[in-house]
Design a protein around this ligand. Structure first.
Ligand code: PLP
Length: 460
């Protein structure tokens, strides 16, 4: 078995542990530290990622999972997914370098950005990365020139108008323009091998996958008619990362399976991929963030007239992280993070209208408003669940290294299950291999770190 992940990469814990218990210990340690400097830190349950993977293979047995590196490129995540045998979907040179650095073979990497810098295309050519996506003539010309042996995947637009975060505004060609692009590719001796799409993130309607699979079938027929050997279908990402999502993963999987049976039936010779980001990592990460400043604001203060609550004041807390850092989902996904308190307040303790703000010196760095919290203090820690997607990594969405420390943990049961599964060794060099369903003897149950979420705030 390929050794991407070893026991020294994480804290081994017993099954039934909670990331919150671990965080409690760590925040206690941090509170006792002699320095005045505080920094948010994460606990990541790698076992939750293993569990998600087994669930994926069970629900979508015909689909080969690739991981979208941009979502969270922290070393523990990449290593556990590599160990599970996933392929990697990279958006740029830094991501390709990163996964190659941990030993992922070029045959398991897709360069899934349809609009790339020439330097990125050249990097892919030099390092043997063959699968590249495109959605326009100019990109085709760039790839023909800089990577003539590339296998091109045509990215088609989807109807993502109901998705929380849309991608087809920026990427994907309309069905009407596909024939022209495929003809152009043929004329320029570019090899088009398949079709990809992305329905956007937070899509409330699983029918969007079925519609895009039907569209992809049409493009396969066009391509085949023009002499392209079409054999790759890439379903993209957009799969939910939390249990509480509007549409459950199982529901989406069932819709996809039916559409695949109809348009790409078993034995049709097409390799089916997906490029999952948030699905794998969201619920695995919990973060602790410290209160660094606090002030009470009277509600009759100018500019506060609209807050007409039953109390006469509101409390403004400043945190060491904000929307330009790990809470960027507030800006991009419309998420309202709910803090979990470490100390359970007594029933007599009054609750106050409260808001949480990041450290930036501007008025946009608001993490959450309209919360009702007990009186908190500078130095208290707030904990947030479901913080694994688009928050951390060497190649963060902001293009720089995030400073937050991550403690990786995994239960012994999950580790044993991971070591027993055969994928990593068997599919090492085979990007087009098909996943086999697993029988690991480790029950697939709910995620490890679920817990009650109370309004206005949860209690650890
Ligand atoms: N694939 C591509 C091409 C993407 O752009 C993204 C995210 O933007 C993903 C996959 C992962 O999406 P998600 O995190 O919603 O699964």
């Amino acid at each position: 078995m390929a050794g991407y992940l070893s026991e020294s990469d994480f804290v081994m814990v017993e099954e039934g542990f909670s990331t919150r218990d671990l965080l409690k210990e760590l925040t206690l340690g941090a509170s006792q530290a002699t320095t005045d400097e505080v920094a948010a830190f994460f606990v990541a349950d790698l076992g939750a990622i293993v569990r998600k993977h087994f669930c994926f293979l069970k629900c979508l047995p015909r689909v080969r999972p690739f991981y979208a590196v941009k979502c969270n490129s922290s070393p523990g995540v990449l290593k556990v997914l590599a160990q599970l045998g996933l392929g990697f979907s990279c958006a740029n040179k830094a991501e390709m370098e990163l996964v190659q650095h941990i030993g992922i073979p070029a045959s398991k990497i897709i360069c899934a950005n349809p609009c790339k810098q020439i330097a990125q295309i050249k990097y892919a050519a030099k390092h043997g990365i063959q699968l590249l996506s495109f959605d326009n003539e100019m990109e085709l010309a760039k790839v023909v020139k800089s990577h003539p042996s590339a296998k091109m995947v045509l990215c088609i637009a989807t109807d993502d108008s109901h998705s929380l975060s849309r991608l087809s505004l920026k990427f994907g060609v309309s069905l009407k323009s596909c024939r022209h692009l495929l003809e152009n590719a043929k004329k320029n001796h570019a090899e088009v091998v398949g079709v990809s799409f992305h329905i956007g993130s937070g899509c409330p309607d699983p029918q969007a996958y079925a519609q895009s699979i039907a569209d992809a079938r049409l493009v396969f027929e066009m391509g085949t008619e023009l002499g392209h050997k079409m054999h790759v279908l890439d379903l993209g990402g957009g799969f939910p990362g939390t249990e509480g999502a509007k549409v459950r993963f199982e529901e989406i999987a069932s819709m996809i399976n039916s559409a695949l049976d109809l348009y790409f039936p078993e034995g049709c010779g097409v390799d089916i991929f997906a490029e999952l980001g948030r699905y794998y990592v969201t619920s695995a990460f919990t973060v602790a963030v410290s209160i660094i400043a606090k002030k009470e604001v009277l509600l009759d203060q100018p500019g506060r007239e609209e807050e007409n609550g039953s109390t006469s004041k509101t409390i403004v807390y400043h945190l060491d992280e904000g929307v330009y850092g790990i809470f960027n989902s507030v800006l991009f996904d419309n998420i309202c993070p709910t803090p979990i308190l470490q100390k359970k307040p007594s029933t007599e303790q009054p609750l106050y209208s409260s808001s949480l703000w990041g450290p930036a010196v501007d008025g946009c760095d608001c993490v959450a408003e309209g919360l009702w919290l007990p009186q908190l203090h500078v130095g208290d820690w707030l904990v947030f669940d479901n913080m694994g997607a688009y928050t951390v990594g060497m190649v963060s969405p902001f293009g720089e290294t995030q400073a937050c420390h991550i403690t990786y943990a995994m239960s012994r049961v999950a580790w044993e299950a991971l070591r027993r599964q055969p994928m990593a060794a068997e599919q090492e060099d085979d990007v087009e291999g098909v996943c086999k369903p697993l029988s690991c003897g480790w029950e697939i149950t709910d995620t490890l770190c679920v817990g009650p979420v109370f309004t206005p705030a949860s209690i650890m």
